[in-house]
Design a protein around this ligand. Structure first.
Ligand SMILES: [Zn+2]
Length: 100
């Protein structure tokens, strides 16, 4: 999906329509001890023993784990006049976001 780098939209702190920079929010890194994480299952002792442990068993192909090909893009709008009006908005599902 193609999006412009600068958009004119309403700024709540300036209370007028201003030019705002569009940026994609970085997803950061997922917590290692999240619920359903493999590391938590390992602490419970799920990775030991004989037999198939379902999704906690070792997968040969890591690409099989990744099912979804698109993500909802979280956009951050920064006002060019006051600079603080950071507004987040979840966009549509896109494979790759290109800012022009
Ligand atoms: Zn502003």
């Amino acid at each position: 999906m193609k999006l412009p780098k600068v958009v004119k939209r309403y700024c709540p702190s300036c209370r007028i329509r201003t030019e705002q920079k569009v940026k994609e929010q970085s997803s950061g890194r997922a917590s290692t001890l999240k619920r359903g994480a493999k590391q938590r299952a390992r602490l419970r002792g799920l990775n030991r023993g004989i037999g198939n442990k379902g999704r906690f068993s070792r997968l040969k192909n890591q690409a099989k784990m990744k099912r979804k090909t698109t993500k909802k893009t979280a956009l951050v709008y920064t006002c060019t006049i006051c600079g603080k009006g950071k507004d987040q908005k979840k966009g549509k599902r896109t494979g790759k976001l290109v800012l022009e």
